[in-house]
Ligand binder design. Structure first.
Ligand code: CTP
Length: 439
């Protein structure tokens, strides 16, 4: 009787294939007669917190295939799949590197589990980090700076080396970390290759211009400037210098929001006729100071994002209603903007000092999409129809409110000298135009 073939299975991301991977595959193969390699799908990697994989699934598959060590390659798409695979393929030995020791003992119920010694001194993360270490500096006064700082730590290849702020408490806080913390912008610029601008919108133009002039790439919280001519000038300057100028709106990078936009393009709710986006937060008027962003600057770009992304920037008519603070000149506590298109209408309702339900409703001729509050950082939405039985719910993971992917897209733009922003130049410009026009 012919001896039964011993089937071995192993899993991994295999990004930027290195000798550690090859050695593991060789030893895995030597454990039996037939080796199946499970390669993680991009989405699955994201759900398990590995989101800065550089190569596409196809490139990673090709790299493993070219080693000639795998008899069969499969794709790992969901949590719990390993048990399914072991049963389905009649696996005798499950193996992975020793960094996973103990983690897959639950598979022993189905086959033998072997942890192979990991090769010392090499990993995909290290290669990614060495390839492109970008020194970034953060400038600004508000707490979004802290969030961005934290999110940088999740991305390989970027390192915060300096912070600049007019707020003493911010300077003191970052001085305690191992980086330059100062209120001197020129000194700060010397320490970095790129700048994240989250200073007050009135200062964006000056900060961005100085950074670009000094040869630094820029990622700036929207709105990039407070005048149309200014954003045009900055865009031209970036192009002339061969630098990246990147508009930062984290929601654009949140998976749920992204998928929602794609889904609408498939016609799932028919023609889009109306979009209503609301973003508000409460603040005591007494707490408003020169660093506080008014509602139109703080929330406007986010509320306008789905409108301009889905209906485009060619609106026919704009209307604005604002309620201003009694104490701070020009500070809108509340603004409602309506944009009329040829066959559609949209409203963006924003408040900093006025509270409302922060939902997003996109109405179409076949149904509508409902995103519950706070829609700008959601992992979930619903597509609803006349017959509620046809309603569908969509769930995703939200990593770092989208900021992580935003940073990755910025890094990729610098690396490839091509803008990979999800926000088109025309959209950035329309935002500046709408936000700055008080009529
Ligand atoms: N592996 C190994 N020796 C290394 C690196 C990886 O034996 N120096 C093994 C892992 O233990 C795993 C397989 O190779 O069984 C695939 O690992 P993967 O996570 O894709 O590679 P890493 O280099 O560890 O990737 P990262 O740095 O992104 O975690």
């Amino acid at each position: 009787m012919e001896n039964k073939k011993i089937k071995v299975i192993t899993y991994g991301t295999f990004d930027l294939l290195h000798r550690g991977h090859v050695r593991l595959l060789e030893r895995a193969r030597a454990l039996g007669d037939y080796l199946i390699v499970g390669i993680t799908a991009d989405d699955y990697d994201k759900t398990r917190g590995k989101f800065n994989v550089e190569q596409s699934l196809m490139e990673r598959i090709e790299a493993v295939r070219s080693t000639g060590l795998a008899d069969e390659i499969i794709i790992e798409e969901y949590e719990g799949q390993k048990i399914d695979d072991v049963k389905r393929y009649g696996i005798d030995i499950f193996t992975v590197g020793s960094d996973w020791t103990g983690k897959f003992d639950y598979i022993q119920e189905f086959c033998k589990v072997v942890y192979l010694d990991r090769t010392e001194g090499i990993s995909s993360s290290e290669i990614r980090t060495q390839k492109n270490l970008l020194k970034i500096g953060l400038v600004g006064e508000i707490s979004v700076l802290d969030k961005f700082y934290k999110e940088c730590s999740f991305v390989n290849g970027i390192c915060v080396t300096a912070v600049c702020s007019q707020r003493k408490s911010v300077v003191e806080k970052y001085a305690r970390k191992n980086l330059l913390s100062t209120d001197d912008y020129s000194r700060f610029l010397n320490e970095v290759d790129a700048v994240y601008v989250v200073s007050h919108p009135n200062q964006h133009y000056a900060h961005v211009k100085e950074a670009l002039s000094a040869g630094k790439h820029v990622i700036c919280e929207s709105p990039i400037a407070m005048k149309k001519e200014e954003i045009d000038e900055l865009t031209a300057l970036a192009k002339e210098k061969g630098l990246i100028l990147f508009d930062a709106i984290k929601t654009a990078y949140a998976t749920a929001f992204n998928r929602l936009c794609l889904l609408i393009k498939t016609g799932i709710i028919g023609e889009v006729i109306s979009i209503d986006a609301t973003c508000t937060s409460l603040i005591d008027e007494a707490d408003i100071d020169r660093d506080t962003w008014s509602s139109i600057c703080g929330w406007g770009p986010i509320a306008l994002l789905p409108i301009l992304q889905i209906l485009g920037t060619d609106y026919i008519k704009k209307n604005r209603f604002s309620v201003y603070s009694q104490t701070i000149d020009g500070f809108d506590l509340f603004t409602k903007i309506t944009l009329e298109y040829k066959n559609a209408i949209a409203s963006a309702k924003v408040g900093n000092g006025v509270k409302s339900e922060g939902e997003l409703v996109i109405s179409g001729t076949k149904g509508y999409i409902y995103v519950p509050a706070p829609w700008w950082k959601t992992d979930y939405f619903e597509v609803r129809f006349e017959n509620a039985q046809n309603n569908k719910r969509y769930f995703y993971t939200l990593d770092g409110e989208g900021i992580r992917y935003e940073i990755l897209a910025f890094l990729k733009s610098i690396e490839t000298a091509k803008n990979h922003s999800y926000i088109a130049e025309s959209l950035s410009r329309a935002i500046v135009e709408i936000v700055s026009d008080k009529t």
